[in-house]
Design a protein around this ligand. Structure first.
Ligand SMILES: Cc1ncc(COP(=O)(O)O)c(C=O)c1O
Length: 349
């Protein structure tokens, strides 16, 4: 055990390319970040202060939606979206079987049933299979733009056309990706993104945002994020405490200015990798230089995955497996098939 730790430690020391490296970005932006954050301290409104409103307006405009609602995380934004759409017990929500678990735990949390759909080789939900999963009980589809890739989902729009099925986009990994001038996050009835420290725009802490064109939904999500508080000071809705701090918003405002430049840099680096690694016995991500893939994750598929991972580690290049298990394999979703689990969740919501 001690030996293993020592080996791990020495590997960490020799790390030339760490997987997460917000430190470098913070060093580059230090002056602007300190200035912006200091301002947010001076007015004293530490939660939901003016920076949060400014951020919401800027982000809504950037994505191409009327409203943006800042919340504590994308996990919350997804849950609030389902609640605001009235989804609950007896309903089914179609979701990918391959993503970060928050893309689907929101469904359990509101008492509905996740219906998992397998993925294509690019990691995104298989559009043809979705069709076979739509039933009377289907109330929504959560589409995840995984790894930074904004797939053409016109076929999905056709499937739900003239049906009362809401499309929710989870673009936690694809902020800024676009296809034919349409941005990820601009298609869904509600779309949700994340500012978790590992994401495209990383917060010094947690943060998320929901986007919609529907004022009624926006008002509901605003209530859900703060204990169902209405304008007259009453609380008429069971909500949570999921506010964004002004300090986080202040730093996100600085980072937002760099989105396009960083995106171009990532695409150029991805292009270098793709061209340089071509011909090896591995599957590389597709090359898009037009912004349809922003390479939030540069995912390689390899038959000898563990050997490759160890080789890279010894070269000082950290890599992780995204994801080790599919969602239906996780205990939380296995359990959810039993009524007992729904009862447990019902106690909370
Ligand atoms: C696809 C996806 N959805 C949702 C989330 C949850 O985001 P947050 O950490 O802001 O709750 C993540 C975060 O890793 C994610 O990758």
């Amino acid at each position: 055990m001690v030996k293993l730790n020592t080996a791990e430690n020495s590997l960490k020391k020799n790390l030339k390319v760490p997987f997460f490296f917000a430190k470098r970005e913070h060093k580059v932006l230090k002056k602007e970040l300190v200035q912006s954050i200091s301002k947010s301290f001076l007015h004293g409104q530490t939660l939901q202060g003016p920076e949060v409103n400014i951020l919401e307006n800027k982000m809504a405009k950037f994505i191409g939606k009327k409203y943006a609602i800042a919340v504590g995380s994308c996990t919350d934004a997804l849950f609030f979206s389902l609640k605001a759409l009235g989804i609950g017990k007896g309903d089914e929500v179609i979701v990918t079987s391959y993503s970060y678990l928050a893309s689907a735990t929101c469904i359990l949390r509101c008492g509905a049933k996740p219906v998992f759909v397998d993925v294509d080789l690019n990691g995104n939900m298989n559009l043809k299979e979705i069709k076979t999963k739509v039933r009377k009980k289907t109330k929504a589809i959560i589409y995840v733009h995984l790894y930074g890739y904004f797939q053409n989902i016109d076929a999905l729009k056709k499937i739900i056309k003239n049906k009362k099925i809401f499309l929710i986009e989870d673009f936690a990994q694809s902020f800024g990706a676009s296809r034919k001038k349409i941005r990820a996050g601009s298609i869904g009835k509600i779309s949700c993104t994340s500012f978790d420290p590992t994401k495209v725009i990383s917060a010094p802490g947690s943060g998320g945002m929901a986007f919609t064109d529907d004022k009624e939904l926006r008002d509901k999500i605003i209530k859900l994020r703060y204990h169902g508080k209405s304008n007259n000071g009453d609380h008429d809705y069971l909500g949570m405490n999921s506010q964004l701090s002004s300090m986080v918003a202040a730093s996100l405002l600085v980072k937002m200015k760099k989105v396009r430049v960083n995106q171009i840099k990532r695409i150029l680096i991805a292009k270098k990798y793709i061209n340089g690694l071509r011909g090896l016995d591995i599957e590389l991500p597709p090359l898009y230089t037009n912004g349809q893939h922003i390479y939030h994750k540069f995912v390689i598929r390899a038959k000898r995955r563990n050997a490759l991972s160890n080789y890279l580690k010894h070269k000082g290049i950290e890599c992780l497996i995204h994801y080790k298990k599919s969602l239906p394999e996780l205990t939380i979703f296995k359990k959810s098939r039993s009524a007992a689990c729904f009862k447990r969740y019902k106690k909370f919501f």
